[in-house]
Design a protein around this ligand. Structure first.
Ligand code: MN3
Length: 200
């Protein structure tokens, strides 16, 4: 069974009113994400990794110098699926319930969290990701280079933002801070984050 690209959880044009064009999804989902899936299948075809879950492949190949290509593609498949689910139409703003309480407890306030997350996303040099994670019961913000992710580090992902240039170039050109601001104001899927916290 080859690795599959999960369907987008909304239509290509669903986020257009919220600062992310259908054209972004034509490229980012239709070409970038798909290429990672195709490359992963090519690289694992006929090997024992082909029968493992995506999560198992990521953990088994992390920091294995002979399997860098497999790790990069597997992690990017997982990261993008997680990213699509971290977005929703008319999202953003503040969470509620247990997640809101946990953010207040671990960051001091929602504003402190937003500031820390924005800073991590803005300062990841070159390609990478910003994450809200559960690290042994404490919520933290981290940034990761290239394809690396919390799963590889043994942490639990709660929410993510892709800060590779291909993620924002169509909508925001080189203006990464504007992309980050729009994500927090209009796109974050706090329901998905709350589900991940409940499972953590
Ligand atoms: Mn991407």
């Amino acid at each position: 069974m080859a690795f599959q690209q999960p369907p987008l959880p909304y239509d290509f044009n669903a986020l257009e009113p919220y600062g992310m064009k259908a054209e972004t999804f034509e490229y980012h989902y239709g070409k970038h994400h798909k290429a990672y899936v195709d490359n992963l299948n090519k690289l694992t075809d006929g090997t024992e990794l082909a029968d493992k879950s995506l999560e198992e492949v990521i953990k088994a190949t992390f920091r294995d110098a002979s399997k860098v290509g497999i790790f990069n593609n597997a992690a990017q498949v997982w990261n993008h699926t997680f990213f699509w689910n971290s977005l929703k139409p008319a999202g953003g703003g503040q969470p509620s319930g247990a997640l809101a309480d946990k953010i207040d407890k671990d960051f001091g306030s929602f504003e402190k969290f937003a500031e820390e997350f924005s800073n991590a996303a803005a300062t990841q040099f070159g390609s990478g990701w910003a994450w809200l994670i559960d690290d042994g019961g404490t919520l933290k913000v981290i940034k990761t280079p290239n394809a690396e992710n919390p799963l590889a580090y043994g942490q639990k992902a709660i929410l993510t933002l892709d800060v590779w240039e291909h993620a924002y170039y169509i909508d925001y050109r080189n203006a990464r801070p504007a992309f980050i601001k729009n994500y927090l104001e209009q796109l974050v899927n706090w329901d998905f984050a709350a589900e991940n916290l409940a499972k953590a």
